[in-house]
Design a protein. Structure first.
Length: 94
């Protein structure tokens, strides 16, 4: 996998929201990629996706399953994670 950089903004937001760097990298590796505004993409994992990957990283998913489902990241085209966020409402990202 390519090298991923975290912006200062994403580090600050992750600390404010209690999102670990391991979780951010997990979402970048296994998350569903959806185009966003500008040259950015959102990565998130829904229940269907979680069930398909649950045997690959069993211990990590068991420890962080609720946090995985409620977190999304925004990544730019140059593999820099711009921001991290909690998902609080129903998501309709196709």
């Amino acid at each position: 996998m390519e090298q991923v950089r975290l912006s200062n903004h994403s580090i600050t937001r992750g600390q404010q929201r209690g999102i670990s760097e391991d979780l951010v990298l997990f979402l970048r590796k296994y998350g569903k990629k959806v185009n966003s505004k500008g040259n950015t993409h959102k990565f998130f994992i829904n229940k269907k996706r979680l069930n398909t990957i649950k045997y690959l990283e069993r211990d990590f998913i068991k420890k962080n399953d609720k946090q995985i489902l409620n977190t999304a990241i925004v990544c730019s085209d140059d593999n820099c994670i711009v921001s991290v966020m909690k998902i609080t409402k129903k998501v309709n990202w196709n």
